[in-house]
Design a protein around this ligand. Structure first.
Ligand code: FES
Length: 496
């Protein structure tokens, strides 16, 4: 049996049919409305909250009438006509900084950076090389889990793969429509993304990336017909997915190495893209050694008890005296990734958290009645920072480099752009010895995707990808040793 369900998400209102054996989360994400579900519907993250009116059955089989009440959408099944309001993502920060590209082409170019968390899209005038419009949104696939592993899991059936594929293709088409009323003028589309996102967009199963030896079905880097992926695009419009290096080092990294110009550096540069995965590349114009670590979603504000994306109401900055700033200048309701890193740094500096990561009095640290940091949250940050730092140290050891050999450290990606370098060094995510050499480079993947709208850019990307080699860390004893070494919070005093 099916019931009429009215779904309100900000200013977006959709009326759909909901099956009695489908959770409200499944119905909401099935129609493409926004909902956050970092745990993918397991009932553990409590982020799929809705306000619901109408009769529902919960997972224990109890049916009752909900009257404008808060509930978890993954735990309810409809039993009558319902009205459901999902949490608004208004004010969510998506990094959309752009750069000019080489002029001389024809028509318009659509460049896209598909991140696991966010999607940034740009329209370029290929004749002038100028960016005409840009748009950033949360990746709608977040309703199926916040990290690539949960997406791989969901895509392990043909139906799941189809769902995720359609969702991202529809999102890109809608973003293109919103920026460019006449998409028939788009003559070229280029996409930079991690390898799993590229598989999902291309309709290829990413399942093999989820198990050893983590081999992708494709490393991309070839031109296709855009209309085979994005209905409504011209038959002669081409689509290009930036070349990947391995299952966990994707086209977003090769694009970043190109747009930052470090592929022509004669000094050693460490490039780090921090998201739900940490992707790293160390090298110079002679080539790069790359690796990836599973940082987990904690850095992006997911799966911590009061975590959220960077949006209105989120604490985004915590100062060393534990005073804080809230996005949207309102009462704090959550804490985003940059706020959590700051908070752990400040708790260490104030000796509220010790070097093992234990909160001294064993209690959660509260910013207000609603927002706090728990011992579990600190543990998740600790594991994530240890993985990322161990990845860096492994690359340096394998390349025979010490800190003094590194000319600069570039931090890319949406989360990285807002992360304070001093706080990242204080918690040991980055080496304090490299603090003064570290800088943000913004959305280097989006800028690289834009450069790939030109033939020169694509040729350069192929060369860069060929010069990248990959170090698999999951079976590396060296990485394991570095991981254990990086677990403690020992370096904060060096940063004071
Ligand atoms: S608790 Fe419902 S999606 Fe996580």
């Amino acid at each position: 049996m099916e019931h009429k369900i009215t779904i309100i998400s900000g200013r977006d209102v959709r009326i759909v049919s909901g099956k009695e054996d489908a959770t409200l989360l499944e119905t909401i994400r099935g129609c493409g409305a926004h909902i956050d579900a970092p745990c993918g519907g397991n009932g553990t993250c409590r982020r799929c909250k809705i306000i619901v009116s109408g009769s529902c059955c919960d997972i224990s089989g109890n049916t009752r009438l909900y009257k404008n009440e808060e509930a978890l959408s993954c735990c309810l099944y409809p039993r009558s006509e319902l009205t459901v309001t999902t949490e608004s993502v208004s004010g969510s920060k998506v990094l959309t900084d752009e750069a000019d590209i080489a002029p001389g082409g024809e028509g318009l170019g659509l460049a896209v950076d598909i991140g696991t968390t966010t999607v940034a899209a740009y329209i370029y005038d290929l004749a002038t090389g100028k960016c005409l419009a840009k748009k950033g949104e949360m990746n709608r696939q977040r309703a199926y889990g916040s990290d690539v592993i949960s997406r791989i899991r969901h895509a392990s059936t043909p139906e799941g793969l189809q769902e995720l594929c359609s969702l991202i293709r529809r999102q890109l088409s809608e973003m293109a429509d919103a920026m460019c009323p006449d998409t028939s003028k788009i003559t070229y589309v280029s996409i930079a993304a991690n390898t799993v996102m590229q598989h999902l967009f291309a309709g290829l199963s990413p399942e093999s990336i989820g198990v050893a030896p983590f081999t992708p079905l494709s490393l991309f880097g070839e031109e296709k017909r855009a209309c085979d992926y994005l209905p409504g695009f011209n038959e002669d419009t081409k689509l290009y997915l930036c070349p990947a290096v391995a299952g966990y080092v994707g086209g977003d990294i090769t694009a970043g190495l190109m747009s930052t110009g470090i592929y022509e550096s004669d000094k050693s540069v460490l490039f780090i893209d921090i998201g739900t995965n940490g992707e790293l590349a160390l090298g110079s114009r002679d080539g790069f050694l790359c690796c990836a670590t599973a940082a987990g979603p904690a850095f992006e504000g997911a799966e911590t008890e009061c975590g959220s994306p960077a949006k209105d109401g989120a604490i985004d900055t915590v100062n060393s005296d534990l005073s804080y700033h809230v996005l949207g200048e309102c009462e704090a309701e959550s804490i985003c990734g940059s706020g959590i890193i700051d908070a752990v740094a400040a708790l260490l500096c104030n000796e509220i958290v010790d070097e093992t990561g234990r909160i001294e009095d064993g209690e959660n640290y509260h910013f207000n009645e609603k927002v706090y940091i728990s011992g579990q949250d600190i543990r998740k940050i600790q594991l994530a920072k240890a993985a990322l730092r161990a990845g860096m140290e492994t690359l340096m050891t394998r390349s025979g480099k010490s800190y003094k050999d590194i000319d600069s450290v570039l931090i890319a990606g949406g989360f990285g752009a807002y992360m304070k370098i001093k706080s990242a060094c204080a918690i040991g995510l980055l080496p304090p010895a490299l603090m003064d050499k570290t800088r943000h480079v913004g959305n280097s993947a989006g800028k690289g995707a834009a450069m790939a709208l030109t033939a020169e850019g694509r040729a350069l990307l192929s060369t860069i990808a060929e010069k990248c080699s990959y170090e698999e860390l999951s079976s590396s004893p060296l990485f394991n040793d570095k991981y254990i070494e990086a677990m403690m919070f020992e370096e904060w005093e060096e940063v004071l």
